[in-house]
Design a protein around this ligand. Sequence first.
Ligand SMILES: C[S@@+](CC[C@H](N)C(=O)[O-])C[C@H]1O[C@@H](n2cnc3c(N)ncnc32)[C@H](O)[C@@H]1O
Length: 352
Amino acid sequence: MPDTITKLAYQALQQGKSYFGLAHKAVSTQVMQTVSPPKDLQTTPLDIKSLQLLQQRMGDLLERDWQDTEAGVYPKELLFDNPWDDFFRFYPLVCLDLPQIWERLNKRDHHRFSDDIDTAGYPKYYLQNFHHQTDGYLSDMSANLYDLQVEILFNGTADPMRRRILAPLKQGLAAAGVEDGAKVLDVACGTGRTLGMIRDALPKTSLYGVDLSPTYLRKANENLLAKPGLLPQLVQANGESLPFVDNYFDGVVSVFLFHELPAVARQNVINEMYRVVKPGGTVVLCDSIQRLDSPEFEAAMENFPAMFHEPYYRHYTTDDLNLRLTDVGFESVSNQVHFMSKYWVCRKPAAV
Ligand SMILES: C[S@@+](CC[C@H](N)C(=O)[O-])C[C@H]1O[C@@H](n2cnc3c(N)ncnc32)[C@H](O)[C@@H]1O
């Protein structure tokens, strides 16, 4: 396919996802207002300037995504990698799950798990219905619906935002002379979307993923098995105490984890990342934008934890992770902001 056609196809796909996400949210909000109007839900509508800026930033993100494939950072096929089977199997369940979500929202019930779920052994902060997810992160159904729900939330830009970690990761590994055969860990790998992307961008890498959720790891295994390539090693573990020896990985990444951690756990995860990455190794983090550098989206950052259950988000948006990273010993800390996400790229000092 000539490149202009491929680019148009990519833009059309993203446009379709964006309209779908907007339509889903508009219809579900209407239905919620009719059948289960939320009590005391205080949100601020975004003004036209913020909406235009969001639109422009989304366009910039997609253009960067395209440019990275042109530059060979990852294959163009990744742009079209969409879990269609899951979409058709699970979208009806996403809709059927909504009344339960609205009920918990209205009752402010954020700690509900089905009776058959074993909640023993998890940190207290984890045992919550983050973004009103039924059964939190602890059921197969939650794992099956998660990617779809995130795609709807971000109007189809979750994967383009995840892919922004690939260029700095590749650059970091190349600078350390280990682009081929490196060992890379994804902390809180969830259903394995980021691991799949790293595998496509760096096919010779040995990949590892940890997550606290056994059901999300099962889903990650299923997703990663469905495509060709080396199978990452998936381990159920807390990012606060990684089950790896010191100086083991050439690269460590994490996507959309930090806003769901209390401050102490955020620091513990950073300490652990520092411990397990080799001298000269690279760490790349991706999470939500913060008040520190995106004050123009103040209202969106206020609305997010009000509409979705995100108990640690407000603190996260003011938490200076650059300071946390440098305090633990990382150097060359730099930041990027793309659409609604922010990135931290840093390196553990090389051994002398
Ligand atoms: C918002 S999801 C992000 C998942 C994935 N990285 C992505 O890009 O979609 C947060 C993930 O963090 C995991 N998680 C939360 N706290 C954790 C911890 N302390 N250690 C390991 N995983 C954790 C959850 O189980 C969940 O899979």
